[in-house]
Write a new protein. Sequence first.
Length: 168
Amino acid sequence: MRVGSDRTFCSVVLNEKGQAYRTVKIECFEDSYAFHHGMYALGYYRLVEDFIPDRYRHYDIVLAPDRTLHFQFPGWDKRPIDLTASLQMQMVLWLDYMDSEPPIDNNDDFREPRKNRPNWPFDMCVIYWKFAVELTGHPFDEAPNANVQKIIQYATLICDERISCLGR
C-alpha cells in the first residue's frame, strides 16, 4: 500500500463492542506512523483481514483494543485461561498457515516439535513451539507438566474453533 502526499489513508478505531468510535483520515506517512504507533502504545492492535467486521473492510487499517479473554473449560479447576485478543488472532493465523498447502507438518523445521511431544497432536505442538512464553511463561524447551498441556490444549481448541468460524 502506498502512502504519500497523493494518497489519503483512512483508519477506524473500534471500541470494546467492535463498533467504530473514531475514524482518522491521514494524508502523509509521518502522521500515519505517529498515529498508529501511538495507538499501539495505548494497547490497540491492528486487525488482519479475516478478523475485520464486514462493515469496516473499506478502511485501510482497523484498530481494536487488545483485551484479555477469559476461558473456563471443563476439568480445569484453576483460574481461567487468559488469552489476549491479539495473541488469539496470531494463533489463529499461525494454525491457518500450518494447515496450508503443501502441508507444513511435512517440513523438516516442524518435525522436532512432534518428536519432543509424541502424545500431542501436531497443532498443539506448533502452537506451543511458537507461543510457549506468551501462553505459559515457560520456553518451549522446558518439559511441560499436565497444567501446561491443558493450557495449550484448550488454547489450541479455541483457535481451531475460531478458524472454523472464518469459513474454512
